[in-house]
Design a protein around this ligand. Structure first.
Ligand SMILES: NC(=O)c1ccc[n+]([C@@H]2O[C@H](COP(=O)([O-])OP(=O)(O)OC[C@H]3O[C@@H](n4cnc5c(N)ncnc54)[C@H](O)[C@@H]3O)[C@@H](O)[C@H]2O)c1
Length: 205
């Protein structure tokens, strides 16, 4: 799919990786972008920054908590009303917060109800990426999780820049096949992975 003139709805675009997605899509000719986010002031600031850089009217901000189905639906309706259609949905909004696990599930998983439309669905899994969310995530993890045990010696982990993930997204929109899963890590080009068939991993009856 070409990106030029496409209409995009991007959740969680006020900060971090989402903001880098918006900028990279506009650099590649995206027509209009609706940023849906729960952070009102940084959402407005993000839209105004991008409109200054790429020209007025390219980006709108819509306040929306994606964990609330009615707000999400209203955000879709508003985007379509203002832009006259929708070509690309980027479901990026998310939190890393074990302490508020119910909110984490509601935010990260529930909005994924975009099936039965014939629309290509792609998954991008960023590796460690330097954003505010990542910096705060360790203090929001449950005590029972030993970070060192989970990820090994964390001094070896490098966190990549948001721009690197955004380049990967543009590559995927242009060339990835439907239902494929990709990883962007260590600041390197994205690569595709295969998720093993659950039944093939069965050990015993
Ligand atoms: N940073 C990393 O290392 C990393 C790694 C893997 C996956 N991710 C995922 O990438 C996505 C972006 O993460 P980030 O690091 O840029 O985080 P971030 O906190 O910098 O940005 C997340 C954005 O989502 C918004 N958001 C949160 N809850 C929302 C809600 N209920 N409704 C609408 N907007 C909401 C926030 O206001 C924020 O603008 C998240 O889904 C995160 O889980 C991040």
């Amino acid at each position: 799919m070409q990106i030029k003139n496409k209409i995009v709805l991007l959740t969680g675009g006020a900060n971090g990786i989402g903001f880098a997605y918006a900028r990279e899509l506009l650099r590649n000719g995206a027509g209009r972008i609706a940023i849906l986010d729960v952070k009102d002031s940084s959402g407005k600031e993000a839209a105004s920054k991008l409109n200054k850089e790429f020209g007025q009217g390219h980006v709108i901000f819509i306040f929306c908590d994606v964990s609330k189905p009615q707000e999400l639906e209203a955000g879709f309706a508003e985007t379509i009303k203002q832009f006259g259609g929708l070509d690309i949905l980027i479901n990026n909004a998310g939190i890393m917060d074990d302490v508020r696990w119910e909110l984490m599930i509601a935010t990260n998983v529930m909005p994924y109800h975009y099936e039965k439309t014939g629309v290509r669905i792609l998954t991008l899994c960023p590796g460690l990426t330097d954003t505010e969310s990542l910096r705060k995530s360790q203090e929001r993890m449950l005590d029972i999780i030993d970070v060192e045990e989970l990820v090994g010696d964390s001094s070896n982990l490098t966190s990549q820049k948001v721009d690197s993930v955004a380049h990967g997204l543009v590559y995927m929109i242009r060339s990835a096949q439907n239902s494929t899963v990709w990883v962007a890590e260590n600041g390197e080009p994205v690569y595709q992975i295969m998720i093993p068939d659950r039944l093939l991993t069965k050990v015993s009856a």
